[in-house]
Every structure is written in C-alpha cells, then in structure tokens.
Design a protein around this ligand. Structure first.
Ligand code: JFZ
Length: 478
C-alpha cells in the first residue's frame, strides 16, 4: 500500500515534490509557534502540566460561562427526607450534612433511599423556573457527601434506580429538559463520600476526617469515582461545569487533583472545572492567579469578595435561606431586593452568581424560592442586558449602587434613586455621548452635565423605574 502511494505521488507531483515538502515543513513550524504563543498567553504552556494534550484554551472554554453570569445551584438528595430533623430532634447546621451532624451510621442513613420517592419531580418545570429567572446554567448534586447518586450508575447500587422506589433517572430527565430549554447542565460532585467503604476514614463515625486516611482510597478513586464521572460526562453531557467539592479530606492530595482535572478534560475537552478539584481554598479572597493550581475558577461561598478577584474567574455560590439541602424549619429567606442587588454587585465585580435551591423530598422547589426567582426574572426581563456578558466596573465605588460594563456601555445600577433627580457619576475617564434608562425602550436621551474633570451628572426622572435596581445606560465615546 505504502509503496503504491509513494509511486503515485511521485508521478503526480514530479519535480515539485521537494519544494512542497519544504513549504509544508515551514508552514508547520509557523503554526506550531503561533499555537504555543497563544497557549502561553492563555496561562497554559503547551508543555505545562495542565492543559497538556487538551485542544481548547481556557479562554475558549470559559467564554459561555463568563457571558452567563447567573446560574442555579440545586442541592437535592436523601437529606431532603429528614429535612433537618432526626429522631424527633432538630439538628443544627446545614441540612445536607445531617448524616454527619446527627452521627447517623451508614446502615441507618442508607435506608432513606428506600423512602426516596419524589413523585412531584418535574424536570421541565425546574428548568423553566431557572430559565424564567434569567439563569443560564444549572449545577445539580449528582452526588453529595452522603454518597447517594441521582442517576443510574453502573458501578453503584446506591442510586436512584437500584435503591429507591422512584426508578426514574433524575439526571437523565434533567439533561433532556436542559437540552430542550437550552440551559447548560452542570454537576456538583463530591470527592468525599460518606457511604463508600474505601472513601471514608475507617474509624466510624469519621466521615469528614481531615487527618486519618483510608488505605483503599485509591480503589475508590480509580474504580468508583472516575468511572462514575465518565458515566456522567458520556451519558448526560455535554456538560457545562464539573463542580467538585469535599476535597479537604486527608486522603485527597494536590497531585490527585491535577490528575482528576486532566481526566475530566480528556473526557470532554470543552468542560470547565472549579477550583475545589484541588487542595485548599483557592480563588478565595486574597489569593491570586499565580498561586498554585486553582482549577478554572474560584468559588467564594456565601460571600462576595469586596473587590472581586482581579485576574481570576470566580463564582459566588449562595443559599436563599441558611441551608443548601432542604430543611423544613429554615424560614430565614433573603429578600428579593437583597438577591437582585447581590446579582448586580457580583457582576459589577466580574463574578458569576450561583444561587441555590433545595427541593423537598416530594420533588418541589420550595414556594419562597420559586417566588423570589420569579421576581428576579421580572427584573431580568427588563435589565438582563446589564448582567449578561458584562465585565467588572471601571469606576471606583459609586455612592448610589453598582456599575457593570460591556463594549461601549456602562450600566449604572441605581439602588438609591436621587431624590433631586441628579445622578452624579464620579470616576469617568471617557466621554459620555448618551444617557438613557434601560427600561425606556425608546432610549430617550437624558440631559448630561459635566460637573468636574472626571465627573458628570445625569438628570433623571423623579421616580425610579424599579425600586430595587433601576439601570441607567451611559454610552461612551471613542
Ligand atoms: C460545601 C459542602 O460541604 C456543603 O454541603 C455545600 O455543598 C457547599 C456548597 O459546599 O461546603 C463548603 C465548601 C467550601 C467552603 C465552605 C463550605 N469554603 O470554601 O469555605
């Protein structure tokens, strides 16, 4: 075969063959140089430890995520059944930790699987709730620390198909609904596993042990966790993000984190992986890009870093009350006002907002969460342009609210509407050519006055367009 080909090409190309070989060689060298420079610019050297072999740059992988700015976190599992109460006692702390908090033996806790029958679960409805709120992605617990799997796993019997009477593949239904409504599906997956015998420290009850280790942990990683991740990517993807957690246990090491990062990227080349795949609390306030390995983005939890995390992609995850997993006694709901302003605040600092819901054991997103998401959706219908695809504010602190930026526009999120109709905007370096209310479909220009070398005042109507956050758009000249 080879012989024939050579002869053929020789007869076709004749004396030009040598010249063509040269051109091919030079072209290949040029391409190689361009590719390696680009990879280095993106933070990954072609020959570096991370990004090696992976065809897409981080910039390419992060594009949709940076545009999205707003996602739904879903913590759902067996813990929704006790809902914060065990043997008639209220157990303090977050609901999904009840197994640990109430010292429940594995043999007892796993019996909850036999009761898990969320007949009200409607994947389409959940996705619609997220979509109507303006959320662009959903991160659901494929497996939380308790080890119970919400999909039909071939390497486990501790899952929704084998251990529960429900016998419907929850993640399959969500995957279909997400595709239908064009929302990215992502999984939260706990490295720590309180159920697998090789994953927990072997002295009960040490589910969450940072010191002691399990001699068979490698077996759990290679023959259980990795095959499960492959199932999730292959059968429920393509996924948006693999969101790891529970990396603080004594068994987990930084090299294992790097290996897992590469393993998941090999499964799906455009997937995004959070920082908790590796050791430590990277991407938290005060840590910079240069510090060790931090996955693709930082995950400040229940907090918004005061100045954002310049140079680092990040996502604040937050509860609407004080628990991730459903807890029947927790009524401490954040107000809609608080949530909308948090969304604007996070966007103004260059981050994403991952807002949590904890569905009930019946399969319903709690009413107070649904109401708040609907109200956020109403605001987003008018104002989402000031959130999607924006970057951090170029202005310093502004007294009346927050600011986001996109191409030649600044979006002024006015929380405190000026009673005198004069909105002062300090810290402006460029020329403002036009100002208008985002809620005004006609984009009627508002009067602009120069009041200082880098300060203007916009004359705005007496009444705010929205009592929580009215957006004024400034168009910036060249
Ligand atoms: C983890 C989980 O233990 C918890 O149940 C929930 O899923 C949450 C989203 O993540 O808890 C953490 C993880 C990280 C920090 C604190 C609690 N942290 O970085 O400070």
């Amino acid at each position: 075969m080879k012989e024939t080909k050579t002869t053929q090409s020789r007869s076709y190309l004749g004396i030009y063959r040598r010249r063509i070989n040269w051109i091919v060689a030079v072209a290949a060298l040029c391409m190689f140089t361009v590719v390696s420079c680009q990879q280095e610019e993106d933070g990954f050297s072609l020959f570096g430890e991370l990004g090696e072999k992976h065809p897409l740059s981080k910039e390419e992988r992060m594009e949709w995520w940076r545009d999205a700015r707003f996602g739904m976190f879903i913590h759902w599992g067996l813990y929704a059944i006790p809902a914060g109460e065990w043997n008639g006692k209220q157990i303090s702390g977050i609901g999904e930790w009840i197994m640990e908090r109430a010292d429940i033996p594995v043999s007892e806790y796993e019996q909850l699987a036999g009761q898990f029958n969320p007949v009200e679960f409607d994947a389409d409805e959940w996705v619609r709730i997220a979509k109507n709120a303006g959320m662009k992605y959903i991160v659901i617990t494929s497996k939380h620390h308790d080890g119970f799997c919400l999909w039909d796993s071939k390497v486990s019997d501790y899952d929704i198909m084998d251990a529960s009477p429900f016998k419907r593949d929850i993640l399959k239904e969500l995957s279909k609904a997400c595709k239908k409504h064009k929302i990215r599906l992502c999984f939260y997956h706990s490295i720590m596993d309180w159920h697998h015998p090789d994953a927990q420290a072997p002295f009960y009850p040490n589910y969450n042990d940072r010191e002691r280790t399990n001699p068979n942990f490698a077996n759990y990683v290679e023959n259980y966790m990795k095959p499960q991740l492959k199932e999730l990517v292959d059968n429920y993807g393509p996924l948006g993000v693999m969101w790891f957690d529970g990396e603080w246990i004594g068994d987990w090491t930084e090299p294992q984190g790097k290996d897992l990062y590469n393993y998941v990227l090999d499964l799906q080349p455009d997937i995004i992986i959070n920082n908790r795949v590796g050791k430590g609390r990277k991407g938290m306030e005060g840590l910079s890009k240069s510090e060790e390995f931090a996955g693709d983005f930082g995950t400040p939890e229940q907090q918004i870093p005061a100045k954002g995390l310049p140079g680092v992609d990040w996502e604040s995850c937050m509860t609407m009350n004080d628990t991730w997993g459903y807890k029947s006694s927790d009524h401490n709901w954040k107000s809609t006002e608080d949530l909308i302003r948090k969304l604007a605040d996070i966007a103004s600092k260059g981050g994403n907002f991952l807002l949590n819901v904890g569905p009930t054991a019946e399969g319903l997103i709690p009413g107070p969460s649904v109401e708040r998401l609907a109200a956020i959706g109403e605001w987003m219908k008018v104002n989402s342009e000031s959130i999607y695809g924006t970057t951090a504010s170029p202005l310093g602190e502004v007294p009346w609210g927050r600011c986001t930026a996109k191409s030649n526009k600044l979006y002024l999120h006015v929380f405190d509407w000026p009673e005198d109709g004069r909105l002062e905007v300090p810290g402006l370096e460029q020329n403002v050519t036009k100002a208008y209310l985002l809620a005004d479909k006609k984009h009627t220009g508002l009067p602009i006055m120069l009041v200082g070398p880098s300060e203007i005042a916009v004359t705005v109507p007496k009444e705010a367009t929205n009592r929580i956050d009215s957006v004024v758009v400034l168009e910036i000249g060249q």
